[in-house]
Unconditional design. Structure first.
Length: 199
């Protein structure tokens, strides 16, 4: 029981832990973790990830998303956002999505963690935070994931790129865009420059 109590005292309210972080705190880690979960002391988010919930008058408060994802990825180098973020660009997008995108350096694929649907996208480069320029580039990166009229959306993106400054968007596309996305914005910039020199 001393081992169980030691493990129990290690958990801090609102913190997320991987099983690997808890090795050495108990002589029978898996049995003791099951016991703490059964007793409601800690919650299991998914295989090998646990947290101690904060209590409120409405029940258990879920852990912060950043902490959950950092524990899952074993890294805090990621960017999480939603396809709904594109709606802020005023492109006429109308659909709502319940899946969140996680740009990272380690994982690909869809999975559910703590009741939230995530799509992990392993990529070499992504910004520390979301900007309008990045969102516009990302629309084209992920255009096949959107339940919209793709051709109309591309036209609106091209117009919005001109409004925001095509050179800036082109630089962002070269940094964060897929090859097809880079080609798209190269065409947009070329057409914009041709229009500027037209008599």
């Amino acid at each position: 029981m001393l081992s169980l109590e030691k493990l129990k005292r290690h958990f801090r309210v609102g913190q997320v832990y991987r099983r690997a972080d808890l090795v050495g705190l108990s002589t029978n880690l898996d049995r003791h973790l099951r016991r703490l979960v059964d007793d409601g002391v800690v919650k299991k988010l998914r295989g090998g990830i646990y947290y101690k919930p904060k209590k409120s008058v409405f029940g258990d408060v879920p852990p912060e998303e950043q902490k959950v994802l950092a524990s899952f990825l074993k890294s805090d180098d990621f960017l999480v956002m939603s396809l709904n973020s594109y709606n802020a660009l005023r492109l006429g997008t109308t659909q709502l999505y319940n899946e969140r995108l996680v740009y990272n350096h380690k994982r690909n694929g869809r999975m559910q963690i703590n009741g939230q649907n995530y799509f992990f996208l392993e990529t070499r480069k992504f910004p520390k935070k979301v900007s309008e320029a990045f969102l516009l580039v990302d629309v084209i990166n992920n255009i096949n994931m959107l339940a919209e009229d793709i051709e109309k959306l591309k036209q609106r993106v091209a117009q919005r790129a001109s409004d925001l400054g095509i050179k800036k968007i082109h630089r962002t596309a070269k940094r964060y865009g897929k090859p097809a996305t880079q080609r798209f914005f190269e065409r947009v910039m070329s057409e914009s420059e041709s229009a500027d020199v037209a008599p």
